[in-house]
Design a protein around this ligand. Structure first.
Ligand SMILES: Cc1ncc(COP(=O)(O)O)c(C=O)c1O
Length: 457
């Protein structure tokens, strides 16, 4: 078997030698049981020192390619070569959506340049050494304390640090809760129309989704059956229709949960951004033994931060944290430390105040432009409005026409499951720049005037 060593190849001689033996076994030139030359003979033949041959054999032996070196010589081990895997190279798919203007809901306005508050927070993080071990799986103690104060002040939930668990956002918190607290076969109610990621999370856990209708005020509490083990609800701004669950219905929901023992999972979606009156306190304010509250940074700063919080009874928080201690699945220290700095600095409050001003203007503009084409609902809060279209309209076709004209927008039918209702478009006004919002709405108006006419309602 020819062996060639190159002295200036940048790879040590013993590794070159070992690789040539491996290649010979892989392609069948060396078979199991084949006897190899002694290190002395090999070294002589290749004009290298014996330590080079020895190091090559040591390496091959350690990896299992050769065996039985002492006494009876060195043999090729019984290694059945693997067929090389055929790697499927996927053709890069051009990011078509990048070229489109977006009116999809769910993402706030994110400026291209970071502002001073953001930079201050990260400077603060950069001056600290990382923790000297695993963090507390419930989250940084100082952040839990700061957030307890924050949700008390902003959402009216009287709570202690022991009630807080830091998550990677709403969906992460929901999935964790389902994993730890729900038994196989559990029936989980979700608003219909509602948040599709919540539906997916429940189904992924092998649990049953029960569709609960929604009206202008939000979840129809009277439709809840007593065998449900949890209800996923967006009381501050029903997603996507925008109703605000009134006090009487909130009380009814809490009474129902106390009677049946079901857990109420409150997605506090959009609560920060209300344009008419101050937000109602969170549902969790009424009973933390019955409600698990999910908050997120996704709407205030960016969904890419993957940071949120869960507020629940200390018993539930302890169970979730114990589970996480095993799974290792909790938010990394830097983002937690940055949020702590942002809260202490007042930056988060500042971002919300700034956002509310910006979004209020955009909402007014969006409503004024779209009012002639349908009935606008859910405009008092959040980062989107819903435009209800005449009953015979195919909203998916309208969304497809908008897409073809360069604008992404979500058809309301995509959010509906079994409860029928009028067609519509869910239109987010937060994400684009002002000029892009204007351009996107102009295109949408064009599409709508062809699809539904100008109804001047
Ligand atoms: C109803 C609702 N809840 C919560 C979220 C945010 O989820 P996350 O915190 O996992 O980013 C969204 C995002 O679009 C949403 O639409």
């Amino acid at each position: 078997m020819p062996l060639t060593l190159t002295r200036d190849a940048g790879v040590p001689l013993h590794l070159q030698l070992a690789e040539q033996f491996r290649a010979a076994v892989r392609d069948g030139r060396l078979q199991a049981g084949h006897r190899l030359p002694s290190t002395r003979d090999l070294a002589l033949e290749l004009a290298v020192s014996r330590s080079v041959a020895q190091a090559a054999y040591d390496q091959l032996h350690a990896e299992g390619w050769i065996a039985g070196r002492t006494g009876s010589g060195t043999y090729v081990a019984d290694v059945v070569p693997l067929q090389p895997s055929v790697r499927q190279r996927r053709k890069p798919v051009p990011e078509e959506s990048e070229a489109l203007l977006t009116l999809r809901p769910g993402i706030p306005y994110i400026a291209t340049e970071p502002d001073a508050g953001w930079r201050r927070a990260w400077r603060e993080v950069s001056t600290q050494a990382p923790p000297r071990g695993y963090d507390n799986p419930a989250g940084l103690p100082a952040l839990r304390a700061e957030l307890a104060e924050h949700v008390g002040r902003v959402r009216g939930i009287a709570c202690e640090p022991e009630n807080l668990l830091i998550t990677n956002g709403t969906t992460h918190g929901l999935r964790l809760l389902l994993s730890v607290t729900q038994q196989p076969g559990a029936r989980i109610a979700i608003e219909d129309p509602g948040y599709l990621n919540a539906v997916r999370a429940v189904r992924d856990h092998g649990l049953e989704v029960v569709d609960i209708p929604v009206d202008a005020d939000g979840l129809k509490v009277s439709a809840l059956q007593d065998d449900l083990s949890a209800v996923y609800v967006t009381p501050s701004h029903q997603y996507p229709l925008g109703g605000r669950l009134p006090v009487a219905r909130r009380n009814e929901l809490i009474r129902w949960a106390r009677r049946t023992g079901a857990t109420l999972i409150e997605d506090d979606y959009d609560s920060e951004f209300r344009y008419d009156v101050a937000p109602l306190p969170a549902l969790a304010q009424l009973d933390l033994d019955q409600v698990v509250h999910l908050g997120t940074l996704s709407k205030m700063l960016s969904p890419a931060l993957r940071l949120g919080w869960l507020v629940a009874s200390p018993a539930v928080v302890d169970r979730l944290a114990a589970y996480r201690a095993q799974s290792g699945d909790w938010p990394g220290w830097p983002m937690q430390a940055a949020l702590l700095a942002m809260l202490r600095d007042g930056y988060l409050d500042q971002v919300v105040r700034r956002g509310r001003r910006l979004y209020a203007d955009r909402r007014n503009y969006t409503c004024s432009v779209l009012a002639p084409y349908g009935r606008i609902i859910g405009q008092d809060a959040g980062l989107h409005i819903t435009l209800l279209l005449p009953p015979t309209t195919n909203d998916r076709a309208v969304a497809a026409q908008a897409r073809a004209a360069g604008v992404q927008v979500a058809p309301l039918s995509d959010y509906r499951r079994s409860t029928p209702g009028p067609p519509g478009l869910v239109i987010g006004y937060a994400t684009p720049t002002d000029p892009d919002l204007h351009a996107a709405l102009a295109i949408l108006v064009d599409v709508l005037s062809r699809a539904v006419g100008n109804n001047r309602r």
